[in-house]
Design a protein around this ligand. Structure first.
Ligand code: ATP
Ligand code: MG
Length: 366
């Protein structure tokens, strides 16, 4: 007899703008890829962001956070929009997202940047530099200068106004992000580049010392170190040299945005945020794109690929993840493109039709 299906509970947070459109498509893809691998999902859709603020007065209602914490994984669309830009800080959709990350204790942010052969022309780099790029930035998400104390405004001896922030990392924070990165590098091409500013910053000196110490547990991974200024340069000069990059919160913020532009297509890029245990948070890197919301123009592939990351990194279901990744490649090979990645000769489709094409490929792989 066939094994009973594995069951997972997924909390869906469609959010604002194009969020509901791309989540609805990604949900169907996730469902089908799962069922072909003996996986049964139950989906629970909860309000989040501006939509939740309109409904409940809070961008992250208590019930939404509780549902997310109880789930096996969380798939988020996008949040925010002009409508809520004037909200007080604690009622902004973006604050809800920060609270969600905090509530899920996700400290590792994974952002792959892959130049797909079908889309090499949308890269900002020359074709021969862009071709074949396949890297992953692992960014520490809950420590460093964005959270360090003391912080604030003050006045110096001369009466000049000052603003100040503090870069702080403790051993446990470095060790746990390093372990996540080594595990990922191990499953990729076995190369990890740790990016810091250890020639200047004490927090970086400790970072380099701890990453080097943790490397002893991963003899199969080749560790290198790079200063952040050089890394920023190398990323545009010769990005193919990178497999997995691990870095702190602020450097990762900057380098992952830089890396995303190498691929040239914001509508294609997924992300994952993982904690020690408990559900991971998976979301496209793009925003709510209010300019195209409700017009069936959004590219759903970033969210579909986030669903693949959910399977791979969130649930350990690599086969189902591979099905989705392959289906996306198939669909691109057949020439289907949303507006953001369209070039002459392709077949222009909307969000829903793109989703239907991916579903066909999940169902009958070539
Ligand atoms: P946020 O502050 O929420 O991150 P943003 O201002 O950075 O938002 P996005 O919402 O990501 O910007 O949109 C930037 C541009 O990219 C917009 O013109 C938008 O239409 C386009 N865009 C973003 N995501 C997609 C997508 N999935 N498909 C097509 N176009 C997109
Ligand atoms: Mg943005």
């Amino acid at each position: 007899a066939a094994a009973p299906p594995k069951r997972y509970c997924i909390t869906l947070l469609p959010g604002d703008g194009i969020g509901p459109e791309v989540i609805s498509v990604a949900k169907n893809v996730l469902k089908l890829a799962g069922s072909l691998e003996g996986i049964e999902f139950s989906f629970q859709e909860m309000p989040m962001g501006g939509a939740a603020f309109d409904l409940t007065g809070s961008p992250l209602p208590e019930e939404t956070l509780l549902a997310a914490q109880k789930a096996d994984a969380v798939l988020l669309g996008a949040i925010g929009g002009y409508k809520w830009d004037k909200n007080e800080k604690h009622l902004k959709p973006e604050t809800g997202l920060l609270q969600l990350r905090e509530g899920l204790k996700v400290f590792a942010n994974l952002r792959p940047a892959t130049v797909l052969p079908q889309l090499v022309d949308s890269s900002t780099l020359k074709k021969d530099v862009a071709e074949g790029v396949d890297l992953m930035v692992v960014r520490e998400l809950t420590g460093g200068i964005y959270f360090g104390k003391p912080r604030g405004f003050g006045t110096n001896e001369k009466g000049d106004e000052m603003g100040f922030n503090t870069e702080v990392y403790a051993t446990y924070e470095i060790d746990r992000i390093a372990r996540v990165a080594f595990e990922i590098a191990r499953k990729r091409r076995g190369q990890l580049c740790s990016v810091d500013k250890a020639n200047v910053l004490e927090a970086s000196m400790l970072w380099r010392k701890r990453v080097t110490a943790i490397a002893a547990d991963y003899p199969d991974v080749e560790l290198s170190h790079m200063y952040v200024d050089n890394a920023a340069m190398q990323l545009v000069r010769y990005p193919k040299q990178f497999d997995t990059i691990v870095t702190n919160n602020i450097f990762g913020d900057i380098l992952s945005d830089e890396a995303s532009m190498i691929t040239g297509s914001i509508g294609m890029l997924p992300s994952a945020s993982l904690g020690e245990s408990g559900p991971g948070l998976f979301e496209p890197i793009h925003g709510s794109a209010p300019d195209i919301a409700g017009q069936d123009k959004a590219n759903p592939l970033a969210t579909i690929l986030s669903a693949a990351m959910l399977l791979k990194y969130g649930l350990g279901e690599a086969n189902a993840a591979k099905r989705i990744e392959n289906a996306v490649l198939d669909t691109l090979n057949k020439g289907f493109r949303t507006g953001d990645i369209y070039s002459a000769g392709n077949k222009l489709v909307g969000c829903k039709e793109m989703g239907e094409e991916v579903l066909k490929s999940v169902d009958s792989p070539v």
